[in-house]
Design a protein around this ligand. Structure first.
Ligand SMILES: Cc1cc2nc3c(=O)[nH]c(=O)nc-3n(C[C@H](O)[C@H](O)[C@H](O)COP(=O)(O)O)c2cc1C
Length: 176
């Protein structure tokens, strides 16, 4: 399968980015084709809501989204990863999601994993963030949620390294 990981954090090499790598290592070991996109390195503007794409199928903004959208449409498994910012997904991931509007109906029959990282240790406290991501996948035809990787209790960069979720992320990729 083609496994595409969208690492949403602006903190390159941060906690969610590290969990993305763990997931990819597992997926690679299982023989899948893998790719990670780090939104923090991309030129990405927010959706303007102009609806020009409804006629043309393309956004009027010329940035990195068009290429990323091709990859989304072509993937079998999509991992959406975000740090929790004020109990929501971060702005980078939300921009990415909104900018899939031109072709979201072509993001069909995909399997999804969600990765969230937060200082908070409670899984329950992640629900609002996850519901935001589920609001997206509910709009995509045939989307299936395979699971959630909770990188909770990790605040500073690198704190994730000592937590059992490192193994969980690897196993999730391996067992796809
Ligand atoms: C703007 C901002 C808002 C945050 N809000 C929360 C929050 O609401 N709850 C929480 O538990 N942690 C919060 N955090 C902490 C991050 O979620 C935590 O540091 C996480 O590990 C960052 O993941 P990353 O390294 O992948 O960016 C916040 C951090 C920032 C920078």
């Amino acid at each position: 399968m083609k496994v595409l990981v969208i690492s949403g954090s602006p903190r390159i090499g941060g906690n969610s980015d590290v969990l993305c790598d763990q997931f990819l290592l597992g997926a690679k070991a299982a023989g899948h084709e893998t790719e990670k996109i780090q939104l923090g390195k991309k030129n990405l503007m927010p959706c303007l809501g102009c609806e020009a794409c409804a006629k043309t199928g393309k956004c009027i903004q010329k940035d990195d989204m068009e290429e990323m959208l091709d990859k989304l449409v072509g993937a079998d498994v999509i991992v959406l990863a975000t740090p929790v910012y004020f109990y929501c997904m971060d702005a980078q991931l939300k921009m990415f999601i909104d900018r899939s509007l031109p072709r979201y109906q072509q993001i069909k029959d995909k399997k999804f994993y969600f990765i969230v990282t937060a200082a908070d240790t409670s899984h329950q406290a992640m629900e609002a963030t996850l519901e935001g991501m589920r609001g997206y996948t509910a709009c995509l035809p045939g989307a299936e949620e395979l699971g959630v990787i909770y990188g909770t209790g990790a605040w500073k960069k690198g704190e994730i390294q000592n937590l059992p979720v490192m193994e969980e992320a690897y196993a999730a990729g391996k067992n796809l």
